[in-house]
Design a binder for this molecule. Structure first.
Ligand SMILES: Cc1cc2nc3c(=O)[nH]c(=O)nc-3n(C[C@H](O)[C@H](O)[C@H](O)COP(=O)(O)OP(=O)(O)OC[C@H]3O[C@@H](n4cnc5c(N)ncnc54)[C@H](O)[C@@H]3O)c2cc1C
Length: 397
């Protein structure tokens, strides 16, 4: 059976050309996309199986691409718009959610945390080196007993002679085993969420350990670890002076969630493209399976999701650039895009039949990665509750 000419052009028109971008935004997307295809994707399946993080030299190359602190202004950061940042995240997660997670944490959690809540000295000291990729950051909010409910965290910071004494443990912290600096969220004084403050803890500080969490079947290209703090003494000026209460870490998470939602578009697109190519080439019952109506129904739904998710991300990105995006917009975006991307990945995996369970093809890697993405930075359910509270006025947490 013959197909109509140029389906590839139609795909590009539908997916990539589905939104209006400035020349600068288009260039950011194409530059990062090109790097991902050229540098990151070769060998990605093998690295995933081996549980190897991506090669160290990629950090410098990522810095040269301008993806660390993309939309921060000053301190040598690129100072681009929120849409450019999002497009970079989309291109990175076309490669792998672990790659995008590493960059999200560096940019939106660690760098943004210092940029938004740090002192001028802290910004001058850390941000230029972080945008150049010379210093890697991580963000420790989650604890072994407190995930969705971070306001209940129990890590404590006590004011003592010569600084702050930190005690507690953080769990599931992206990049903690390799980070040079950690933002640690701890309670000072009381037990209320308003007692939460942020602290900068440098690698090598006595009393701090960052063991790697082994056995992950998801985000295998990103190191995830603990932060264990046992009478860890840090200087007095290690506190983030502008961070008061739970709103501060949530402010960082809101930045990261926005980028994650763009990233999900990239993962979905990669899965869709893999399924499209496979089904066009795989003959069963005398014809490529792409010529079957049930398969086309799935492909149509997947392509529609990718375009929808991109448009929603662009909408929130433009609102963000005008200072009008609220946490509700971001929750809706993260919830919609990640759940939809996971469904696309599962459908793509199914369309590839038995071949779909191997890392030779893209979907199962993305599918496993997205199981983390739907859990971290506010689970799918927590975003439903954030939206529910916004819509009804009742907090149902
Ligand atoms: C790979 C990876 C990387 C991560 N990186 C970081 C990081 O860099 N920094 C960091 O601080 N944290 C990080 N996290 C932690 C992540 O943010 C938490 O896993 C997440 O907040 C959920 O917490 P939890 O795993 O403790 O699940 P829980 O909070 O125990 O939730 C378990 C289940 O219960 C549901 N649930 C909880 N409360 C309710 C409710 N009120 N109503 C209905 N359902 C509910 C949840 O939706 C979920 O399905 C990472 C996690 C992963 C997997």
């Amino acid at each position: 059976m013959e197909s109509l000419p140029n389906p590839a052009t139609n795909i590009d028109l539908l997916l990539a050309g589905s939104i209006h971008l400035s020349e600068e935004e288009q260039m950011v997307h194409e530059t990062v996309f090109d790097w991902v295809k050229r540098r990151f994707l070769p060998g990605v399946g093998e690295r995933f199986l081996a549980g190897e993080p991506f090669p160290q030299e990629f950090v410098r190359e990522l810095a040269e691409l301008g993806v660390f602190g993309t939309s921060l202004k000053g301190y040598e950061c690129p100072g681009l718009g929120a849409v450019s940042y999002g497009l970079a995240m989309e291109a990175l997660e076309y490669g792998d959610s672990g790659l995008r997670s590493f960059v999200s944490v560096q940019s939106s959690l660690a760098m943004y945390g210092i940029y938004r809540y740090g002192s001028e000295e802290q910004k001058q000291k850390w941000l230029p080196r972080m945008t150049r990729g010379e210093v890697i950051g991580c963000f420790g909010l989650t604890e072994p007993d407190w995930g969705s409910d971070p306001g209940s965290l129990v890590t404590r910071a006590e004011k003592v002679d010569g600084g702050w004494l930190l005690n507690g443990a953080k769990m599931w912290i992206t990049s903690s085993p390799i980070a040079d600096i950690a933002i640690v969220w701890a309670k000072v004084g009381g037990r209320k969420s308003s007692d939460i403050r942020g602290f900068l803890v440098e690698r090598g500080t006595p009393g701090m350990q960052t063991p790697l969490i082994e056995g992950k079947m998801s985000l295998r290209s990103s190191d995830t670890g603990e932060i264990v703090l046992d009478d860890c003494l840090i200087p007095e000026d290690a506190i983030l002076p502008e961070a008061h209460g739970l709103g501060a870490p949530l402010g960082c998470l809101n930045q990261a969630r926005y980028g994650i939602a763009w990233g999900a578009v990239g993962a979905a697109r990669a899965c869709f493209e893999s399924a499209l190519q496979y089904t066009r080439e795989r003959p069963q019952f005398g014809a490529p399976i792409a010529s079957k109506q049930l398969v086309q129904d799935k492909l149509a739904a997947m392509a529609t999701f990718v375009v929808n998710a991109r448009l929603l991300a662009l909408h929130v990105g433009r609102l963000k650039e005008q200072g009008q995006a609220t946490p509700f917009h971001v929750s809706m975006l993260k919830r919609h895009n990640v759940a939809g991307a996971l469904e696309v990945a599962r459908t793509a995996r199914q369309l590839l039949g038995a071949n779909g369970i191997t890392t030779e093809y893209t979907p199962i890697r993305h599918m496993l990665n997205l199981e983390s993405v739907i859990t971290y930075e506010g689970t799918h359910e927590i975003h439903s509750l954030i939206l529910g509270r916004g819509l009804t006025g009742f907090a149902a947490f």
